[in-house]
Each structure stands twice: as C-alpha cells, then as structure tokens.
Design a protein around this ligand. Structure first.
Ligand code: PMP
Ligand code: GLN
Length: 380
C-alpha cells in the first residue's frame, strides 16, 4: 500500500538496541536505565495488582488520586498555582501518547508547526500524519541553544504550534527563564500554541533550576506541558506520562485521548499515586544523575572523545573527530560491532540527517556499566 510516511524507517532507538543485542554490546544508545524503579514503587504495583477491583478501565482522564498527586507535585516543584486535576491534567500512555494526542487535537492540514532541530524523532512524522507542515529551526551547534531571531522569522500566520523540549534530547541543553520570557514576547500577538516537552524536568544539574512553561503565565495560557513517570521513576516500560494544559486545551487533548488509548493502566496509576506524595525520588534525581554524568566524564578523560557540556537530561554528546572521519551513523554502528558499545548518531534527530560528527551516550546506567563502557571507549 502507498505509505503515509514513505521516507521514514524504523526508529533509530529500535535499530541501535537491536544491533546492541545482536553484538552483545553495552547499550548506551536507547535512553533507558539499566536499574529498576524505587522499591516503594514496585511494591506498590504488586500491592495494587493483588487488590480486587484495580484491574478494569481507569477513568478516561486518569485516576483522580493520581491527577491530584500530580497537581500537588507540580505546584510544589514549579512554584505555581496547583493545576486543576479535573480540568487541566490528563494522564497518558507515556509522553509519547500525549505528544500524539496534542498534535492530533490541534494541527489541521496545512498548519505549520515550528520544531527546533535536532528534535526527538517522533515530532516530524507525527506532525506530518496530521497533514501539518514541520518548519524546522536549527539550534546553534554545539551549544544547542535557540536563536530566537530565527524562531521569529519562522513564525507565520499559519503557525499553529511551536514545540519546545527542555532539558533537550539529544543534547542535554536547557532553556533559561530568559529564553521562555523571550518566547512569550514573540508569541504575544499570535494564536500560536506551545507544546513543551519537559520529560527530563528533574534532570537539571550544577544547581541550575528547570524553567517550565508553567512558570510563565503568558506561555502557560497557551501551552501543553508534558512529563513522563518513565524518566522520573526509572520505569520507561510502564508508559505513564501526563499533559498539563488550561481547561480549553485539555478538553481538546481529551477528545483525542479518549479515542487513542481511552485510559492508562489502572494498577500502574495507583502505584504512582502512592509514591508521588513523597518528594524523595524527584528531589534526589538531579544529584543522582549529576553523579553519573560526572563519573562518565571522568572515565572518558583518557579517551579521544571530546565530550560536550551536559547541563541536563541523561544524555551526553561527544565529538569523535580525533578518532575517525566516518559519518555518525557508520561510526555508531562500528562502535557497536567492533568495540561493544552502542550509541545514537545525532543525525537521526535531523529531518535531513544533518551530520555534525556527534554521537549520543545515555548515562542512565549503573556505575559498573559506565565503567566497563568507558574502558572499551578508551581503546579507540
Ligand atoms: N519526549 C522526549 C524528548 C523523549 O526523550 C521521550 C523518551 N522516549 C519521550 C518524549 C517519550 O516519553 P515516554 O517514554 O513517556 O513515552
Ligand atoms: N527517548 C528515548 C531516547 O531518546 C527512546 C524512546 C524510544 O525508544 N522510543 O533514547
């Protein structure tokens, strides 16, 4: 049949994880931890799995007790008024479903969506499946910060949505309060909406604070803000995330969500509601990942890779020009096959596979895994 996405292959994350498995390589490619969620969470899940009546459809927007816990946590973490659980919070099957539901809810054929590139691989194809037109604005390399004049130039009367991602995948760059203030000013006289993908919100380092679109009233009123329990609780396989947006925007997301997945795993929602009241997990996450970033950085000092600064996320970019002049995909594949460490080529985050000679490591791994991987990488 004629494909709706003829130019799109299998996601690079599946491709590199499969290659890693075939080669028995250490997988620093696809972003997921090689450790389990906190015991309080897995025990809560077991408890709810044994509880009669916790196995049928959850309410379409999410369990009320989970939405209430999300509301309280959001207010505490971001220093904002608590979002209304009934009208402003929707629990989704990971941030992935939230991304898709938002795009399906607001993008009409011919609408333009501004995407800062490099971007998470789902954004472009999901926009195009709605008949939307991605308008790509390059981030500055190698800082991966936005040039707001370029963003301004990309806006048109047809710009329906602008997509943000902070902390940023793949670069780890974070937007500042000044960035968000500038963006709010740029959008002031427009009807452009904002999708702010903040799944790595609790991975910001060196004493810096995450700047959320929720903290800027002029942005918050036009924003869908997404997060993911997969990242915060080392549970990417649970696929539970959420979307926070003002009531009229939430109403539109739910119109789609009800026909996309309808509702999210009931026992998983109960378990997350149990643990979310305890701030321990997300308040200790910055130090937990900063330690891993710094450990990996130190271990790689004896290598010929050149690591870029990583202010946030669980990703580390590296240049390899002292080692090879191969393209980044070829280099990533060879690293996996010959040196037993799988990584992601950054060109996979560009719609035209732009190659800056950069690869992405995921450092959400046990210290022993990072140590073993770095030993191999120092041989290059
Ligand atoms: N957005 C970004 C930037 C991501 O890196 C991810 C991780 N896969 C997602 C969204 C999807 O999140 P989830 O796993 O909760 O669907
Ligand atoms: N977000 C993860 C990453 O960037 C991958 C998620 C996926 O495999 N779809 O590696």
């Amino acid at each position: 049949i004629p494909s709706k996405l003829p130019d799109v292959g299998t996601s690079i994350f599946s491709v590199m994880s499969q290659l890693a498995a075939e080669c028995g390589a250490i997988n620093l490619a696809q972003g997921f931890p090689d450790y389990d969620p906190p015991q309080a969470l897995t025990e809560a899940l077991a408890r709810h799995a044994r509880t009669a009546g916790h196995h049928q459809y959850a309410p379409m927007p999410g369990l009320p007790r989970l939405r209430e816990a999300i509301s309280r946590k959001t207010a505490a973490v971001n220093g904002v008024a608590a979002p209304n659980p009934d009208t402003e919070i929707t629990v989704t099957s990971g941030a992935t479903e939230a991304l898709y539901a938002v795009l399906a809810a607001v993008v009409r054929p011919g609408d333009e969506v501004v995407v800062l590139e490099p971007a998470y691989d789902l954004y472009g194809p999901a926009i195009r499946l709605q008949g939307g037109i991605p308008v790509y604005v390059p981030l500055r390399v190698p800082e991966f910060t936005p040039d707001w004049d370029l963003v301004k130039a990309a806006l048109s009367p047809r710009t329906r949505l602008l997509m943000l991602n902070t902390p940023h995948n793949p670069s780890g760059a974070v937007l500042t309060a000044q960035d968000l203030t500038t963006l709010a000013e740029l959008l002031a006289d427009t009807t452009t909406l904002v999708l702010s993908d903040e799944v790595y919100e609790h991975m910001v380092f060196d004493g810096q604070r995450h700047a959320s679109a929720l903290q800027f009233p002029d942005l918050a009123e036009r924003s869908f803000v997404l997060s993911s329990f997969g990242k915060t609780y080392h549970a990417t396989g649970w696929k539970v995330g959420y979307c926070i947006a003002p009531p009229p925007l939430t109403a539109e997301v739910r119109r789609v969500h009800q026909f996309l997945t309808f509702a999210v795993s009931t026992p998983a929602q109960h378990a997350l509601a149990d643990v979310l009241a305890d701030a321990e997990q997300y308040t200790t996450l910055p130090a937990f990942y900063q330690h891993k970033r710094d450990l990996f950085g130190q271990l790689m000092q004896g290598s010929r890779f050149e690591l870029l600064p990583t202010p946030g996320s669980y990703f580390q970019l590296a240049r390899y020009h002292h080692i090879s002049d191969e393209g980044d995909l070829a280099f990533a594949q060879r690293l996996t096959r010959e040196f037993g460490v799988a990584v992601i080529p950054v060109s996979a985050f560009y719609h035209h596979a732009q190659d800056h000679g950069l690869i992405r490591f995921c450092f959400a791994k046990r210290d022993e895994t990072l140590t073993q991987a770095a030993e191999r990488l120092r041989q290059l």
